[in-house]
Design a protein around this ligand. Structure first.
Ligand code: ADP
Ligand code: ASP
Ligand code: MG
Length: 447
């Protein structure tokens, strides 16, 4: 049995869905379990509608619902009932004027709930035997709304009960990614980009022989092809390199995806649904030898740096603990940390709790905030061994102002912070520097 996950762009409209259905059909003898994302852009639209409704802009929220409805009804008329429920929900939100993470998850879940029904329906229409598996019955999670953690044992048991017999009977199982349910039946989501995670959980729980992540690029590339159009495909990348890249912005693969799969040694491939004949990128357990110093460059925009300066307290016992506790209390992850004798700087990409955090940091010292920054992250297993990489990296971006530098604790990344407006330029220069020549065993130029 194999798991095949199709991202938003691979199911964005009827033509994309048909392409993806054919990809599944061609692998029918491998017993596919399909995991689908919402139609491209649907999750963003749903979340936006929820926020507008709670902000008492019901007209705008309903207008979004209507345009989503047109896209969905064209593909499956029976989704009309989902839109009736969605409208009621938006109406209720605008009456209360409040939006909890739990309700936001419920709204977002409509995307995958409907796309999975649409995909099942289309496979059946094309003459294949497909069965819909409701993720809200099998993907059991805790109740951390917005970023729920799957409960593997319960999920495994339910997949064995509801999905395995169908697959054994030769049916194609189709489930929505991203969404789950608590043990008491309340809808959750696994966080943005979470369909990859759903696919990996299914793969690990059901001991799949392979997990295929079908998307709109040829695989993991040496940089985001939207920034470096002539980026190369990376034929093989280790789990830890892929996780690092994903975390730092290469959203082609959700960071958590690799965990359940790596534990079981299940091969993961990233493949292009527009060019299904390609070989994609294989995510392997260990990195093989590669003559290039790095494998890929990721970047993440919208980074904020918070600096706390205090000549008095910095070296005092307990200072750093007090500092990190503030971020911890507000559930705000810190990506990078740099210290000097009189200051500590930290980078954040989630600023939802920033005002409260700044208030609590005040007693610790003078606090400054810089925003509109970007984090550039070079990743590769060779960073562990090869001297002189920093010299070449900084030489190639010498005319760009660098605000912070970190050689990640994993030893396989070298990251730095620049102004958002310099991010693409920095990525392009680094790419030219490190991929002027390339190892043909590992990289493949665009065709
Ligand atoms: P999906 O909808 O299939 O989940 P995503 O939009 O989440 O797709 O991820 C695919 C996108 O990730 C690509 O279109 C590409 O622009 C972006 N991306 C960023 N960095 C990389 C990278 N290093 N390699 C490939 N794609 C990347
Ligand atoms: N549809 C969800 C999102 O946009 C999950 C996913 O696509 O992986 O975040
Ligand atoms: Mg994605």
């Amino acid at each position: 049995m194999i798991v095949m996950k199709f991202g938003g762009t691979s199911v964005e409209d009827g033509a994309a869905i048909d392409r993806s259905c054919q990809i599944v059909a061609q692998r029918i003898e491998r017993r596919p379990f399909v995991v689908v994302s919402a139609l491209g852009g649907a999750t963003n639209a749903l979340l936006e509608a929820g926020k507008l409704a709670a902000d008492r802009q019901l007209d705008k929220a309903l207008a979004i619902a209507t345009s989503l409805e047109q896209r969905h009804l064209e593909l499956l008329p029976s989704t009309v009932s989902d839109f009736t429920k969605l409208r009621e929900l938006l109406g209720a939100l605008s009456a209360i004027g409040e939006l909890s993470p739990r309700t936001l998850d419920l709204i977002a879940s409509y995307g995958e709930a409907m796309s999975s029904l649409i995909f099942t329906h289309r496979l059946n229409e094309l003459g294949y035997r497909a069965v819909h598996i409701d993720a809200r019955r099998v993907m059991v999670t805790d109740d951390t709304f917005g970023k729920a953690a799957p409960l593997l044992d319960l999920t495994s048991a339910r997949l064995e009960e509801f999905a395995r017999p169908r697959i054994q009977a030769g049916q194609i199982a189709v489930m929505g990614g991203f969404i789950g349910t608590t043990t008491s039946g309340i809808t959750t989501t696994l966080g943005r980009g979470g369909s990859d995670y759903s696919a990996a959980i299914v793969g690990a729980a059901m001991n799949a022989e392979e997990i295929q992540i079908w998307t709109d690029v040829d695989g993991m590339m040496t940089a985001d092809p939207r920034i470096v159009p002539d980026a190369y495909k990376v034929k093989e990348i280790s789990f830890s390199e892929a996780a690092e890249l994903a975390y730092f912005g290469a959203k082609v693969l959700h960071p958590l995806t690799v965990l359940p799969a790596v534990d079981k040694g299940i091969p993961v491939y990233i493949l292009n649904s527009r060019k299904p004949g390609g070989t994609g990128t294989r995510v392997t357990k260990d990195a093989g030898p590669c003559t290039n110093l790095i494998k890929s460059i990721a970047s993440k925009r919208g980074i904020t740096v918070v600096t706390v300066s205090s000549s008095r307290m910095l070296m005092a016992h307990g200072f750093l603990r007090a500092l990190f506790e503030v971020f911890d209390r507000h559930r705000t992850a810190v990506d990078m940390v740099a210290t000097s004798e009189v200051s500590v700087s930290l980078t954040l990409d989630n600023v939802a709790a920033l005002p409260a955090i700044l208030e609590e940091l005040k007693p610790l010292g003078e606090v400054t905030v810089q925003d509109h920054l970007a984090l550039i992250c070079m990743v590769g297993n060779n960073l562990k061994y090869t001297p002189g990489i920093a010299y070449r990296a900084f030489g190639s971006v010498k005319d760009i102002n660098i605000l912070m530098v970190s050689h990640g604790a994993s030893n396989i990344n070298l990251s730095f912070i620049v102004a958002e407006s310099d991010a693409n330029n920095a990525t392009q220069k680094l790419h030219a520097e490190f991929f002027g020549e390339f190892d043909r065993k590992i990289f493949e130029p665009p065709v």
